[in-house]
Design a protein around this ligand. Sequence first.
Ligand SMILES: [Zn+2]
Length: 349
Amino acid sequence: MPAVSLTLFTSDRFADHLTPPGHPERVARHQVMQVVASEFRDRGGRVVEPRTATEGELARIHERVYVASLRDTAGRAVALDPDTFTSPQTYDVACLAAGAAVSAVDHVLDQGSGTRAMALVRPPGHHAERNRAMGFCLFNNIAVAAAHARARGLSRVAIVDYDVHHGNGTQSSFYSDPSVLFISSHQFPYYPGTGAADEIGTGAGEGFTVNLPLAAGATDADYERVYDTIAGPILRHYGPELILVSAGFDAYKDDPLAGMRVEAECFGRLTAAIAAIADDCCEGRVVAITEGGYDLKGLADSLRATVRALEGEKSAAASPSAAAAARAAATIQAVTPHLAKYWPGIIEV
Ligand SMILES: [Zn+2]
């Protein structure tokens, strides 16, 4: 493996987005992120304060009238949907979260090969639609990052989303766009309802949306099987110039919001596999951006495993007891007929 260098982008200001008591997307998540960032700093890692996203950067993904409507919530606590709330500083914090994703992209594009970055942010972003906040998300941080990379001249950007929920907002941002490959694994059927095997993109974007719906109860073995069999080969064949990762950790076994059985170390292995493809395809250019993850111990351990993987540390091998992957087999059987014609020789019926 070539030499790699990881930089983290985060800010204490991510504590300033407040949610109602009992809400799972809470300030304590930020405190966990800061612990992992300070551990990284203590072993010599570089942690950088991001800049905020400009309105022009947000408007590549979101309608300007929507951006203005969120700006109007500044100074107030507003319910945007049944799950998504603002507090007086939320607009500024959400702009900073999107800006951290943009800062991380700029960093890997401006530095030499082997440069990796991760943005530790809240609120998360992948449910946010062009004109609508939903599912704790206000601006779609990773979609804004992908659009920024395209605006900087890249012609093929890949997004891999292993958050347990389907990244509906990211999918719809690029559904007809072959220049952004979107691959999502998620619990299905489940919130937000999208992400079925036959959602593959439209028009010129047909085949460039890859959904990997997994039944509740999926394990490390299921995740590793679908990534080895479908996600990895498609990602490699696409030949991205940059890989972005929606790093949500709510597939963790004890997460209160979902029903998967993934161990923290598995997120490290998935991230390492994605980063290895970046090493082969695009001089190691990979940017991970946090999404969900609501069990605090699970968030801490999974984030730690992910940061370690991006630092280039070799992860522990999968547990030999994690043999059966029946849910993965069902997923592969469901998606193959829809994808085979777009990825001949890569995905076989
Ligand atoms: Zn999630």
